[in-house]
Design a protein around this ligand. Structure first.
Ligand SMILES: [Zn+2]
Length: 278
């Protein structure tokens, strides 16, 4: 990096766990190198499916305490990744997890995806104005996999990040995911089923502008994923590691995290979110 101003990275995520799943290695890498990393989370993830049976009564349809529980998971994950600046958009609990498209939670009065886009973008603009990041990360227009809260996170970031040097969309690489899944298929001791071809959301490598090598930071990423134990199960045996969400589909832990540059100069951005900025 050649920045004269202190480098600052801001990531906008929909739910607790997304920071680790989508960008955990990137966060750990830049935090370890002295970059000021700000993570903004838009909801408490109240509608998540709960993996450990012992915690099932936290669910939205029961005690409805999952959001508060996930705040603690998120704090542990941030500690694992080296994040010291975490914020909830609009303050903690302002907007609620909308659930997947078509579920009753979409209609909750505080559902993030039905909230005022102007208000949400103004809240994010205020954070950006105070942090002054050079680089902002969020999802693509499809929210990575179609979740309404991820799509809204993309929309408010697109509206609010007008003055930053670069905006990136976090994606997953088709080739890296397929290679990783092929490796999983050779492990006969995984506790989950393998992904079917095309089942995991991926982006064609021709669209990917930036690959961040996170191989030195997978320990931190896996520790952060383990912190989200209501949502993520991690399996590890020596150097072999995989994880699964509540759907029980094994997912590979790959050596890089991938981005599509959405705004700003591509010069120097191939392997470093800040590369070529001055
Ligand atoms: Zn999410």
């Amino acid at each position: 990096m050649t920045l004269t101003a202190p480098p600052r990275l801001l990531l906008v995520h929909a739910h607790p766990d997304d920071e680790s799943l989508w960008t955990g290695g990137t966060i750990a890498r830049y935090a370890a190198s002295g970059v000021h990393v700000t993570v903004v989370t838009c909801t408490l993830g109240e509608e998540g499916e709960i993996i450990p049976p012992a915690l099932s009564e936290l669910a939205a349809g029961a005690a409805d305490q999952l959001g508060g529980y996930r705040v603690a998971e998120l704090r542990s994950a941030c500690a694992a990744l080296g994040v010291t600046d975490h914020r909830f958009l609009g303050g903690i609990g302002r907007w609620r997890d909308s659930g997947m498209a078509g579920v009753p939670a979409n209609d909750h009065p505080r559902a993030f995806a039905r909230g005022s886009l102007d208000e949400q973008a103004a809240e994010l603009s205020a954070i950006i104005a105070s942090v002054k990041p050079q680089v902002v990360v969020t999802y693509d227009a499809f929210g990575g996999y179609g979740h309404p809260d991820h799509i809204r996170a993309h929309e408010i970031t697109t509206a609010a990040a007008g003055d930053v040097d670069r905006v990136f969309h976090a994606v997953t690489s088709r080739s890296a995911t397929e290679t990783g899944a092929a490796a999983l298929a050779t492990w006969d001791d995984l506790p989950w089923r393998l992904p079917e071809p095309g089942e995991l959301p991926v982006t064609d490598d021709a669209e990917i502008t930036t690959a961040i090598d996170v191989s030195e930071h997978l320990v931190a990423k896996l520790r952060a994923l383990r912190a989200h134990s209501t949502q993520v199960s991690v399996w590890q045996d020596g150097a072999r590691a995989a994880y699964a969400l509540s759907n029980g589909i094994a997912q590979p832990v790959v050596q890089a995290e991938y981005y599509v540059l959405a705004r700003g100069s591509a010069d120097g951005a191939g392997a470093d979110l800040f590369g070529g900025l001055d």
